[in-house]
Structure formats: structure tokens, C-alpha cells
Ligand binder design. Sequence first.
Ligand code: GLA
Length: 357
Amino acid sequence: MQMTAYAPGRVELLGNHTDYNEGVVLSAAIDRGITITGEASGGSLISLQSADREVTIDLANGLPEPLATNTWANYLLGVVRGLLEAGYPVAGFSAKISSTLPTGAGLSSSAALEVATCLFSEKLFGFSLSPLDRAKLCKRAENVFVGVNCGLLDQVSSVFGAENAAIFLDCRAETVANVGFPDGFELLITDSSVKHELTGGEYNERRAQCFEAAKVLGVKALRDTTSEAVLAAPLDDVVRRRALHVTGEIERVFRGVELLRTGNGAGFGELMWASHESSRVNFENSTEELDALVEIAHQIPGVYGSRLTGGGFGGATVSLIDAGKADAISSEIQKRYVEKVGIECKTYLSRLSQGAR
Ligand code: GLA
């Protein structure tokens, strides 16, 4: 019998690089994602087909190992391996993968692929994980099978999205809550057209610097300290700026949740500008192109806030805009971006959407 599973991408709204520091983060599932459709093959073969590529592996040869070519399939195979290791009855299947999510834009196409694979396997082979366990298994697959030490943000966002609501994730308590999004505002995503690649090593380097700061500060994680304490501590300049970004972001997330709850979109937007500035100056995970997009957004009426979204080092920005003005704002951003940077950008108006299903 044919089964279909769908998992969305996400935007991070505030709380950049806080997840692996046991902090808090605000995100939303977007209205683009990845669909997997297929059926059990009755044997041990797993055949995967995406738009223009195909991969077949045989479970009879043992647990899946990471592929050196066709690395896109590793996000799926890592989840299959994780499920098998946890004792779930996954067997051979054939599946087609299709996507409405741009890859390399920092909108978590990888997490969407992992979560869709997990849900697809659950439905196909008749077992079920709790939503949080699903997110955690997918994160682990990315950590151990793909080799990116990401936190839980992307997978939780893909699993826990809700219509018109942001997702508030506490990475220490591992709790997730939906926070209603204020009326009259919309999210506009702008892809800088410069690919974001987390396998580049910068991500893991930033992570190590955060852990170093926590060690010098004598705390378990940067979650346990404040920007004030970071400023007063005997830290190396670079490490201090990395830590300040994280503590500042955690503080902004707590304020941001209150602002969303009271319907204060304009106040929330202010925090988004501050977040980007901290990425640019402290965490240095922005790029010239992302900075240009945020500067341009700042000059356009109807934009309340804008920041890079996700890991950084390329990818996209997310802007909070007046509802109903997306067309005018998008064409203005596109025009000024070509003038300023010399390349084109793509914009996507996105609803805050339901999670994987
Ligand atoms: C990437 C990672 C997430 C998170 C963000 C930055 O999206 O996959 O776990 O660390 O970067 O906030």
C-alpha cells in the first residue's frame, strides 16, 4: 500500500545558535517542505528516487553506512539506521522524494527530509514515535550519520509547527510550546542566493567556542549565564563575542515570547534587528549578502524587523512585515539587492504552518 509523509522546513525567528547551548529559541514551520511517497518492497532493498537522482542500498548487507556520493540520501539513511538501531521494524521500501523547499537556503531542508523519512517509515511499517522522540531521533541521525553537530531546533520545528503560531523550544527542559502569532503581520523569507553549507566546519567551530566560554565561566552551558557576566569574565575577545551573541539571543527570546503574547509585532521586530546585528558583529556568522538584505529591509516602510535565519554563513533572512504588503516589499528588496550586490535574490511569503503529517 502506498504511503505519503510530508515535513515542512522552518524559519528561526529569534534565538540564533542557542539550541546547543541549552538555551531557548523561537521558530516556525513554513508552508514549504518535503514529501515522500512510496511502498514496502517486501525485501531488503531500499530504493530512493529524487528529482534527478537514484540510490539503492541493500539492508541485507547490514545497517546503512554513510554514502560518499549521493550524500543527499544520507539524511534518509541516517534515520533508517537510527530506527533499526532502536529496534523498530524497518525493512526494504521504494520511495520518491519531492520538495518545494529550496536547498542551501538555511530553511532546514535536511531536517524536513529526516522528519519526513521518520514519519513515512512509521506509517509504512506500523509503529509510532512520540513527536519529541521523532525529532530527537532525526537530530541524532544528522549528528552521527551526516556529521553535523546541530541542536534540536530544526527537527523540533518541522515536527511541532502549528498554523499561525511560533514554536518556543526550551532546549534544556526539552519542552515545546506554541505561541500565537500577532494579527496584521506576515513573514517574508529572502534567499540571498549564496548557499549555506553547514558541513563547512564553521558551525562546529562556533559550537566549540561557545563551550570554551562556558568552561571559562564555570557553567555547564551558556544558558546558565548572562550577558553581564560574560562582559565581566576574563575571556579572549573572540570567545567573548561568541558568548555574548548566545546570551543576548536567549535574553531576546524571553522578551520576544512576551511581545508575541501581547500582540506587539513591532516590538518583536526590534529584537530581530538586534539579533542580526549581534550575528554580524559578535558571532560573525553573517555574510556580506545577508547584511545587504537586512540593510535594505531596514529602509523599506512596512518592514518591522529582519535577520538572518538559521546557521548563517549564507542562506536566507526572515523579515516581519505588514500583512498585505508582501508584493510591494518583495519587489523593492529584489530591485535594491541586484543594485547593491549584483546578484538576484528570491523572496517567499510564508504562512506559519502545521508540522509534519
Ligand atoms: C542550524 C542548526 C540548528 C541551530 C541553528 C542556529 O539550523 O541545524 O540546530 O543551531 O543552525 O540557531
